[in-house]
Design a protein around this ligand. Structure first.
Ligand SMILES: Nc1nc2c(ncn2[C@@H]2O[C@H](COP(=O)(O)OP(=O)(O)OP(=O)(O)O)[C@@H](O)[C@H]2O)c(=O)[nH]1
Ligand SMILES: [Zn+2]
Length: 353
């Protein structure tokens, strides 16, 4: 297999490339970013590159290359200049931490997301539901991993609770400590597909990577480091090939895992449990908030729909509204600003200074 195919190159990307490329452009996938340096996997192995001026100065953060992006570049001697990214299949994003409405892209072109929780104090079904919602909204297939299974007596109870979310996604139990369940996860991994690991700090992501790589990657991909406050942080965000041929992207713990609404995503369809019920609401555009004859609210009241699911739906709705309103504001402001600068330019031209 060519090294590009090993790294996930497929007909989707080829088609995009055919639309955009010029003869002297080469192709690579971003495997890590360190400051201004972008490290690519190319047909001829790893290559250190930088952004071209156009990309560096003319782009919104969203449009800059992220780990997992396919880019086309000019190959110069021992380095390269990235011309642009190819359209993404999807991206894992979250709201930019803090008060802004921007979304932050954590990784691009992701097939599966392992959502990892530890079966210790970390386990939280509401948070799991939020992660699931976010992953599905990003158009990525979620897989639940409940680690530290050695700490609980009855895994079945947890499984039942996750099944109640009606996500129809795979659930794995494992313990990186005892090795329980690791083989099942390994056997499920698909060649040349890209996986991402998400979960709070301390759930065992680093331990899991070590287990999945037979500890081979411990040195080169050492991800956990205690900072000055003694808090564990993941410092590198890399894409790498596992011994069995699948690709893994490791991201820092997403403690502030906010939601961004993807355009065109119907909120109901993010909640399968709600979707079936909403067909029975009186109003076809029922938001299941204050409307009369709402089958969703009835189901919650009768205990047929878990309250957690309804609550996370309402939360998402609120988040989306806030996000949409701010985007509208931003667009309006940008438009006004554009008009002002255009007028200023015209004025300067007319008056020649
Ligand atoms: N009991 C038990 N402890 C585990 C298991 N897996 C990991 N741990 C422990 O959990 C702690 C955190 O593990 P890490 O692998 O560093 O967690 P992480 O998710 O990579 O954390 P960050 O790098 O901060 O994001 C360590 O003390 C591990 O020894 C497990 O299966 N069972
Ligand atoms: Zn309703």
């Amino acid at each position: 297999m060519s090294s590009l195919k090993k790294y996930g190159w497929n007909s989707f990307h080829q088609e995009k490339f055919n639309l955009y490329h010029q003869q002297d452009h080469s192709i690579g996938r971003v495997i890590s970013i360190k400051g201004f340096k972008y490290y690519l996997m190319t047909e001829n192995g790893e290559l250190e590159t930088e952004l071209s001026g156009k990309l560096l100065y003319g782009s919104e953060n969203e449009d800059l290359p992220k780990v997992g992006d396919w880019v086309y570049f000019l190959d110069y001697d021992k380095s390269g200049y990235i011309i642009d990214i190819l359209p993404r299949k999807n991206s894992m994003s979250r709201k930019t931490p803090g008060n802004k409405t921007e979304k932050q892209i954590l990784a691009a072109n992701v097939d599966y997301a392992f959502i990892v929780q530890g079966l210790d104090r970390d386990y939280n079904i509401m948070r799991l539901e939020r992660y699931l919602t976010q992953v599905v909204a990003c158009n990525i297939t979620p897989i639940v991993i409940l680690n530290k299974a050695d700490l609980v007596e009855n895994m079945r109870l947890y499984e039942e609770e996750v099944l109640k979310l009606q996500r129809n996604c795979e659930i794995f139990f494992c313990s990186t400590l005892t090795g329980l369940g690791i083989d099942r996860i390994l056997n499920s991994l698909k060649e040349a597909k890209t996986y991402i690991l998400i979960g709070s700090s301390g759930v065992g992501k680093s331990s899991l990577i070590n287990s999945l790589t037979n500890n081979e990657m411990q040195k080169t991909n050492a991800t956990s480091k205690a900072n000055s406050k003694g808090k564990h942080t993941t410092t590198t965000r890399d894409l790498f090939l596992l011994p069995n041929g699948s690709l893994l992207i490791d991201t820092p713990g997403m403690r502030e895992f906010g939601l961004t609404s993807e355009e065109g995503v119907n909120t109901n369809s993010l909640f399968p449990a709600l979707e079936a019920l909403s067909a029975q609401c009186r109003y076809s555009d029922c938001r299941h908030l204050n409307e009369e004859a709402c089958a969703v609210k009835d189901a919650v009241n009768m205990g047929a729909l878990p309250l957690e699911i309804y609550e996370s739906y309402v939360k998402l709705l609120k988040e989306q509204r806030r996000f949409e309103i701010r985007i509208e504001d931003k667009k309006r402001l940008n438009k006004q600003f554009g008009k002002i600068t255009r007028e200023a330019k015209d004025y300067r031209k007319r008056n020649k200074y």
